[in-house]
Design a protein around this ligand. Structure first.
Ligand code: FES
Length: 204
């Protein structure tokens, strides 16, 4: 069964709703990812109480790690790269993500919660300020088309542009809880909260 999909200029293919398997990280977001994960990954935050963690810490706490040689590195997940657009809240990225911050520093992650309201004091990460500023967005994905199954999990590079959007390169399924989705290969996601084409940047 193919899902209805929403399209931008560079939408390319149709995608089936992925079915997370037991023992595999769930690509649909942190709530279910936590539920389906067989065990918590080892992280720098191991042993700390979850409720005391900042959002950035919580995002890092959801990195999936593996041993490679004598190093512990972010795991390459066998799942598509996905961005869940939460209504009136952040972007939740899951997949094989390389994040380049405004300072040019490179970070690797399998899960990130990124601000899209523009009010975070810890950009690019969400720090829950969207509730303080009463950020409102329906989370809708504005343009629609069909797209096809993505071949294999791909790498995704997300670059934080100073005073600008989150530019991304690599296959990315953008979706919401209403069943709207699109598959794109490159583009820019709004992180100031003012785009008229949210979740995408309208370059204003
Ligand atoms: S979306 Fe959470 S602080 Fe901006």
């Amino acid at each position: 069964m193919f899902l209805e999909c929403y399209v931008m200029e560079d939408v390319i293919e149709e995608v089936k709703a992925p079915k997370p398997q037991t023992g595999q990280a769930n690509p649909h977001g942190p709530e279910t990812a936590d539920r389906d994960r067989p065990a918590a990954p080892e992280t720098a935050q191991a042993g700390r109480r979850t409720e005391t963690l900042s959002t950035e810490d919580r995002a890092q706490d959801r990195w999936f790690m593996e041993d490679r040689g004598n190093r512990r590195v972010p795991k390459r997940l066998d799942v598509p790269n996905e961005a869940l657009v939460s209504a009136a809240g952040p972007l939740k990225l899951t997949g094989n993500i390389t994040l380049i911050d405004e300072a040019g520093q490179t970070h690797y992650a399998n899960h990130l919660t990124l601000c899209r309201c523009g009010a975070s004091r810890n950009k690019p990460y969400c720090d829950d300020q969207h509730m303080e500023v009463e950020f409102f967005d329906s989370g809708s994905i504005p343009q629609a088309s069909e797209c096809r199954q993505m071949a294999n999990p791909q790498m995704l590079t997300v670059t934080c542009i100073k005073d600008g959007p989150l530019k991304y390169q690599g296959y990315l399924r953008v979706y919401n809880r209403k069943g709207q989705q699109c598959l794109t290969m490159q583009g820019a996601l709004c992180r100031c909260g003012r785009s008229t084409k949210k979740p995408f940047c309208d370059c204003r």
